[in-house]
Write a protein that binds this ligand. Sequence first.
Ligand code: SF4
Length: 350
Amino acid sequence: MAPEPHRSRTDQVLLRVQGLSKHYALAGKQRLQALNAVSFELADSRTLGIVGESGCGKSTLARTLMRLVEASAGRVEFCGLDWISQLAKPQRLQRRWMQMVFQDPFSSLDPKHTIGKIVREPLDIHAGNQSLAQRMQRVHALLATVGLTPSDADKYPHEFSGGQRQRVAIARALALEPRLLIADEPVSALDVSIQSQILNLLMTLRQQRNMAMVFISHDLSVVRHISDDVAVMYFGSIVELAPAAELFEQPAHPYTRLLLSSIPKRKQPAGTPARAAWPEVAGAELPDPTKPPAGCAFAARCPQAMPRCLHDTPALQARVMPALQRAALVACHLFEPQGAGHIVSGAWDT
Ligand code: SF4
């Protein structure tokens, strides 16, 4: 059995994803491309935001990492483990190191169970050597951690607001002390006034517990608020990956620039994420995932497309930013090849 991963904050790679793809077989010989050769690395205790419009593959990425769906190709290394091929039955206990918070706090909690039972469930499965009293003590501590009270353990999900339910979901996800929390649109079902509370809670917990986080959202402003680094996804692939500040201040990919131009400029109270609408580009839509185009998938929407873009698929490669002495990644022919490089969220290597 692999050793427990250490807990210190370092720039050590916690999660390494290489060429991860997911295709679904359809009737006939058709197949739907949901995820296409996604690669990135995430350092210990860092937050990688993943942003993209509906259908870009970000939720498929989360579910594939969690092994809720099986990858079609690629490799995932997590805590030093070959997460896909080695995570067979004897190692299932290690699944506790990666936990997920889902989008909809209304459907992710079983309405028949009390909050105490819902939060305790992972402990019942993985910490059966502890007495019931010990597990309930832990449940009460977890509820306090997320801003609820021990007496809430006796209530049912319908007695809580959306924000409170998401707090319960977070408490359950934390029960097994994960190394990595995957949060898939965790605030998009909540009122704007509640969103910043949940975002702040996630940021505080990530820091206190030295967890890493993959934070998925369609909302650019939310991602900027919480992420160390940001990956922009389009049509199943990462098209740009950079530190959050650099991505928002010096976007490279035409798609990223388009997205940023859509963020409302109106003033918001401090800490309030503004909802960003997804832009429509000359009426064009995402390509048909059953018929991936040759060349750059963004070509039909790109104001800077060149003839080459229609047949030559751009690779994700290093974009050197001299003023910053750092590098980011971008998949676009507008940027001359700078040599192979890769980004670790929190540890740079170019
Ligand atoms: Fe636009 Fe070409 Fe860059 Fe694709 S590769 S984003 S079509 S310029």
